[in-house]
Design a protein around this ligand. Structure first.
Ligand code: OSB
Ligand code: MG
Length: 368
């Protein structure tokens, strides 16, 4: 495959309500959409999901643009590339900046699948016809508001509930949720806000039958999570700590977790995500697909990835209407009875809604 044009767009889209975690809050989401175009005018799309503030990882939307413009685009533009799985190798000399890499790598996977007239899920080797979906609920101003959100998500059919916790809003919150919803598949995401000094608290969470606790300790830690996992029964799920295949290998060897949340953007794209998926499968580590509050393009890539065999737990890939009044793809990502059906059309399988894309674009540039 050969790319003749790349366009980067910066979009600004307002979420229905602010998403609050232990590290910050976002409502006016700014992110990038990357379009790659071949000589026949066929296009592929990827989403640059880095936030404006580097609180989840070190990347930002602006560093992504810089990396794309000055390094990544020149490495692939007008070059003959055999297969999209080679793109991550081409980017190997650029350290980290995984979300910037994923923005264009995923666009090239979409283009490749369209060139070959096959769904992206098929191009990736996925077999599922539908994928299971849970929902991630941010920190709410009141417990009543949280119950309202949980009730709504359960009514919509989501298959598991994830809540965000932080110091002071943890044990009491989980206890209250469990009293009201004794049977619901439930998990908690700490987004790295505890240390081993909080061991008594983390041990106390064991009594609430959580599916897992996500990223309790530091974002760059793997060793202390291993120490923690030996002392708690609830499986640890690593998110921020796993940025590459090698990180996953280290975590598996040290027995730092029972589960890994795979986000293709955090690991540099679909190829690395699939390598991590395969490694986990060989080592009996369950995986599920995380989310970055993506709009439709990013969600479509996540949904395609989830068709791989070891995505055995519901993902954080809530449907379009969960966060957005209007999405930038057509049809919207639809969740029915907790399932998203995999589209049959080539590539990501959703069309770009250019009217919406244009209205939400605040800046764009084409590279030829
Ligand atoms: O930790 O998984 C996380 C959103 C932004 C940054 C980090 C995380 C999240 C989510 C929401 O939990 C997932 C989603 O619905 O896209
Ligand atoms: Mg997380």
């Amino acid at each position: 495959m050969k790319i003749d044009h790349v366009t980067i767009r910066q979009l600004k889209m307002r979420m229905k309500s602010p998403f609050v975690t232990s590290f910050g809050s976002v409502q006016d989401k700014q992110f990038l959409i990357v379009e790659v175009k071949d000589a026949n005018g066929l296009t592929g799309y990827g989403e640059g999901v880095a936030f404006e503030v580097p609180w989840y990882t070190e990347e930002t939307m602006k560093t992504s643009w810089h990396l794309l413009e000055d390094f990544l685009i020149p490495m692939v533009l007008h070059k003959e590339i055999g297969h999209p799985s080679e793109v991550s190798t081409i980017f190997h000399s650029i350290r980290r900046n995984n979300m910037a890499k994923a923005a264009i790598e995923t666009a090239m996977w979409d283009l490749y699948a369209k060139q070959n007239k096959i769904p992206l899920a098929t191009a990736l080797g996925g077999m599922r016809k539908a994928v299971e979906v849970g929902v991630s609920i941010g920190i709410q101003p009141t417990t009543a508001k949280l119950y309202e959100k949980i009730d709504h998500a359960l009514k919509e059919g989501y298959k598991r509930i994830k809540v965000k916790i932080k110091p002071g809003l943890d044990i009491s919150l989980i206890r209250a949720i469990r009293e009201r919803y004794p049977e619901v598949p439930l998990m908690a995401d700490a987004n790295s806000c505890y240390t081993l000094e909080n061991l008594p608290l983390l041990k106390a969470l064991d009594q609430y039958n959580l599916l897992m606790i996500e990223q309790p300790l530091a974002a760059d830690d793997i060793l202390e999570h291993a120490k923690l996992q030996k002392q708690i029964k609830t499986p640890i799920c690593l998110d921020e700590s796993i940025c590459s295949y090698d990180d996953a290998k280290t975590a598996i060897e040290l027995e730092s977790c029972g589960v890994i949340n795979i986000k293709y953007a955090r690991v540099g794209g679909l190829t690395e995500a699939k390598r991590i998926h395969n490694l986990c499968e060989e080592n009996n580590i369950k995986v599920w697909c995380g989310g970055m509050l993506e709009a439709g393009v990013g969600r479509a890539h996540a949904v395609a990835l989830t068709t791989l065999s070891n995505f055995v737990l519901p993902g954080d890939t809530a449907g379009s209407s969960h966060y957005w009044e209007e999405d930038i793809i057509e049809p919207k990502v639809e969740v029915k009875e907790g399932l998203i059906n995999i589209p049959h059309e080539p590539g990501i399988g959703y069309r770009i809604n250019f009217s919406a894309l244009d209205r939400y674009t605040v800046k764009q540039h084409q590279y030829s």
